[in-house]
Design a protein around this ligand. Structure first.
Ligand code: UD1
Length: 420
């Protein structure tokens, strides 16, 4: 099992190119199932989760051709199977995103029921309720969600009880081929949902309102192939900005959409960073200062992203002052704080809030990653700590960060992968 060995205490400096967004690429790849024609997707990140989604598409019978420039050609004419097996779904919950497209195009789908994960129970009830409202007949048998709509799906007016990114994406994809109009209310407004909608529009779907909380979709009989470039990864960008800020360094991030990071940049400014913005670049300079503690409360977009919570908790551990971090989206997403305390951090948990009292420094220690963003936060803690930190179980990090050690090395970090 791999680990990362970090010798911390150096300010990071340099420039980085941001990769394609994992959380946009996954639904877009699932969305290719909506057409028998060929789609070409560009700017895919090299990540485990992307490979898993490609494996899943391959297992459904889709033809895939990968080029050397992070692109993939998907031929949806050869789908022979509508069952997403347990072996793949258990390694990646986002596999549930094939449910809507398969059901919409083939009138049936079977997807292994995704279990809970380290950050909470993560149900998919709203995906299923929405599909039922569109006329699907859904049963759960032997651990599989079995969905049928032999006469096709029909448009429906659906209000999502909770803002759900995956639920909005699944229903959005399903609605593109449904008979009539679907309205999704209390829809997720995340940029990744908008990117998926733009991809579907490029395939001929009729969608309006993406990026607002009401999305309207007028079903069409068929979708066509297209060429599409995945948006930049705002969470990867935010993670590097926090890592640089925590070490007191300076960075220029390129190939990024600064508006997607508005609230994250506000919090970094509050922590003391000088930030300047261009149309597709962000420069952050901490001028060697120790950050000030910041208060965070996670919420659906445009609120503070839960996927940036752990990284800001790491920043607060070495900040001046006390920072309260409240997690409202997932029930069990403060677990990394126990590992940080092992590195000398002072974090108390009260319900869904972490009260982080900043210390001048952390001490390196062996720590264990429990989920994707938690592992990124432990890497940040390792980069600021004195001495050696070994972050174990980094398969979590490879699910969401492309070449993390190379990118950090290019900024001057002393970090290397160990395979034993
Ligand atoms: C996506 C992101 C993940 C991010 C999360 C919230 C992908 C692949 N993953 O996850 O990185 O942290 O959005 O921004 O894009 N819920 C229900 N019933 C449902 C669906 C969700 O109760 O049917 C609840 C969840 O338990 C959670 C909340 O809704 O408390 C938000 O979850 P959701 O937005 O669906 O997260 P994902 O799409 O799984």
């Amino acid at each position: 099992m791999g680990s990362l060995l970090i010798r911390g205490g150096r300010p990071l400096h340099g420039r980085l190119k941001v990769s394609g967004a994992k959380n946009a690429a996954l639904p877009i790849l699932a969305g290719t199932l909506l057409t028998p024609e060929t789609t070409r997707i560009h700017n895919l990140p090299h990540l485990h989760d992307i490979t898993t989604m490609m494996e899943l598409l391959g297992c459904l019978g889709v033809g895939l051709t990968v080029d050397e420039r992070l692109g993939i050609e998907v031929d949806g004419s050869s789908v022979t199977n509508v069952r997403a097996p347990y072996e793949l779904v258990k390694t990646m919950r986002a596999s549930i995103l094939v449910l809507g497209p398969l059901l919409a195009r083939f009138g049936e789908a079977e997807v292994s029921f995704p279990g809970g994960c380290a950050i909470g129970s993560r149900p998919v009830d709203l995906h299923l309720k929405g599909l039922e409202a569109m006329g699907a007949d859904i049963t759960i048998e032997e651990g599989y969600i079995k969905a049928k709509a032999p006469g096709g799906l029909r448009g429906a007016d659906i209000t999502l009880e909770t803002v759900t990114v995956g639920g909005t994406e699944n229903l959005l994809m399903a609605a593109t081929l449904a008979r009539g109009t679907t309205v999704l209310r209390n829809a997720a407004r995340e940029p990744e949902v908008v990117d998926l909608a733009q991809f579907l529009i490029a395939m001929g779907a009729k969608i309006s309102g993406q990026g607002s909380s009401t999305i309207e979709i007028e079903g069409v009989p068929a979708l066509q192939g297209c060429d599409y470039t995945v948006m930049p990864d705002r969470i990867e960008a935010g993670t590097y900005l926090v890592a640089v800020a925590a070490t007191g360094g300076k960075v220029r991030l390129e190939g990024v959409i600064p508006t997607h990071l508005a609230i994250v940049l506000d919090k970094l400014r509050e922590a003391g960073a000088d930030i300047s913005i261009e149309s597709d670049a962000i420069e952050l300079d901490m001028t060697g200062r120790r950050p000030s503690a910041v208060a965070i409360t996670t919420a659906p977009y445009p609120g503070f992203p839960t996927d940036m919570q752990a990284q800001f908790t790491a920043l607060n551990t070495i900040a001046e002052g006390v920072g309260r971090v409240t997690e409202t989206v997932f029930e069990n997403r403060l677990i990394q704080t126990h590992e940080m305390n092992r590195m000398g951090a002072d974090i108390q948990i009260e319900g869904n809030t972490a009260i982080v009292t900043g210390r001048p420094t952390l001490r390196g220690a062996p720590v264990m990653a429990s989920d994707l963003r938690a592992s990124a936060s432990l890497v940040i803690a390792g980069l600021v700590a004195s001495g050696e930190t070994v972050v174990d179980r980094i398969y979590h990090i490879d699910r969401g960060y492309e070449c993390i050690e190379e990118k950090l090395q290019s900024l001057g970090a002393d970090i290397r992968r160990q395979t034993s």
